[in-house]
Design a binder for this molecule. Sequence first.
Ligand code: SIN
Length: 484
Amino acid sequence: MQLNQLKIFHEQAFIAGKWCDAQNQQSTAIINPATMQIIGHVPNMGKAEAEIAIQAAKQAYPEWKAKTAKERSIILKKWNDLLLEHLDELAFILTSEQGKPLSEAQGEIRYAASFVEWFAEEAKRTYGDVIPSPDSDAQIIVTKQPIGIVAAITPWNFPAAMITRKVAPALAAGCPCIVKPAPETPFTALAMLDLAIQAGVPAEIFSVITGDAIQIGDAFFESNDVRKLTFTGSTPVGKLLLEKSAKTMKKVSLELGGNAPFIIFNDANIDAAVEGALAAKFRNAGQTCVCVNRFLVQAGVYDQFIAKFKERIQKFSVGSGLEPIHDIGPLINKNAISKVKAHIQDAVEKGAKLIVGGKGHCLGELFFEPTLIIDVTTEMDVATQETFGPLAAIFKFEDEKQALEMANATEFGLASYCYTNDLGRAWRMSQQLEYGMVGINKGLISNEVSPFGGIKSSGLGREGSKYGIEDYMEIKYTMFGGLK
Ligand code: SIN
């Protein structure tokens, strides 16, 4: 496959219903992290173009909002079908700009499409309420209305799924959407938009704008017409965006950083725990916000778990995501590599043992060997900071109380995992882990039907599930009086 021969590969942004270049005619080169080669360019747009997209969305909004839920649902179902029909092309574009293995990219496109299918269905279920009135001459009804223009700022680690997890509920609810994709991965966003327009989403209702994040963000934050901001990314940036959104009192959803614990008790099925651990740690080369950051292993199975886990990590094949034999692709950039190295160095200096990997891979500067370190303690940086790379760090604990204390000793509260065959303990852990999501005997917990999101510094709001559309709607209460 050749990128520039694909009809859905675009090197222009799509704003106000048109494919466009930047007004200043400048563009930015996008690289393949596996080869460091330029694969294309996208326009370097700014505030002026973002304002054009907002104005176009404002004009088109009344018509989209007035459609019946069923009409919007039919269009979204068509978009889902087109995403699946173009699965191989989309996965190829995704791997070319992001680096993950093609099989994972295909999985991500299916995952992305599943949100479109799900919210096509949920569009028809945004029920209201009738409330018994305290006045005998009155009736009270509660309805839900679309919130208005949605600005979505999306990350590079899931260039497809993090767009549909936001855009599909927004469109389903009747909102226009303007997406600012991550600077590293714009082509997947533009390709998916092309298919949305082919499916019948009115062109002015959905824009994808590439370019200067600060300028584009400023246009969003200054606009009273943009009523909702949804962001996936780091906690420091999320906090800044929340502050900036206050000026125009936008509703905000934030899906931010994590520091996921993965607890393995003596009574766990160790083989199952190893399988879960591999998926929960090394998916996307460790670059997901639900990736395990801390393995907490009880003393009685510590050596056994490490021996089995080590054997499997050594079998991973590292290489370009476009070559189907590899399990782990490159990291996204040099900063990502530096962070993994720094966490390993800090841990080893403070007494951790390096068991597997530990250095850059001979394939190129963005490849890193899958790494296992053991005897990690709470004084080491990896205990409190998210690595976001292929480093598995193993801590030892003695009893349930200690495991819980260690697991909850973080400002983050996104995903957590626990392996045990004791039903009572499983329930206690599910209730006492201070996280938005808990996987009991499960290492992969992301899907379209469940509410994805965190507490504490991991964010606000939930994505996916029946709750996900609520973030794109306002509740309105009407009292009808004089009814005697
Ligand atoms: C993320 O890393 O932001 C999302 C991961 C997922 O959906 O599983």
